[in-house]
Design a protein. Structure first.
Length: 170
């Protein structure tokens, strides 16, 4: 079960700037599915604290189930970053071998396992290259393929063409 937003345990968790007692207040704002365009809040503060320069923290693992839960409200309209954030946390966890606190692991991995179904629920909407990368990355991360998830995030249509040329020429 995910950590309740009113739990005092948030103050025992850490993020990039120290105590994570501010994270529940940020997460409560996600009930309205805020946009991430132009670095808007609460996304800017959440990324800054929980995925700072590719580093993740105990509070990152507690936040992912909440973000996935909010994504489940409206996967067909949510910004691509709702798929990107949990993928990036998992990419960073694997890349830096960050341990997940035992009491957060079950909810964290259960949330990741929901991502493919949420990607499928978003399939009827119009996708741009950003959503494509984030959705595919979320699926790869949910299955434990962190390096593939990271590569997909970097794979713009232009880079895909260059990659395919390199691949066939090697």
């Amino acid at each position: 079960m995910m950590l309740d937003l009113d739990s005092p345990k948030w103050s025992e968790l850490t993020h990039a700037y120290g105590c994570a007692s501010d994270i529940p207040g940020l997460l409560k704002q996600f009930e309205r599915l805020p946009t991430a365009e132009n670095g808007q809040e609460p996304w800017f503060s959440l990324w800054s604290a929980l995925a700072h320069q590719g580093e993740v923290y105990p509070a990152s693992f507690a936040a992912v189930p909440h973000i996935v839960n909010f994504l489940s409200y409206a996967p067909a309209t949510a910004d691509a970053v709702y798929f990107q954030f949990p993928a990036w946390v998992e990419i960073s966890r694997q890349k830096h071998s960050v341990p997940i606190p035992q009491e957060l692991a079950t909810a964290y991995f259960a949330a990741l396992k929901k991502l493919p179904a949420l990607v499928a629920a978003a399939a009827d909407r119009q996708w741009d290259a950003g959503l494509l990368g984030c959705a595919l990355s979320a699926v790869a991360a949910s299955q434990g393929f962190g390096a593939v998830a990271e590569a997909v995030l970097e794979m713009t249509p232009d880079i895909a063409g260059d990659f395919m040329a390199w691949f066939y020429d090697r």
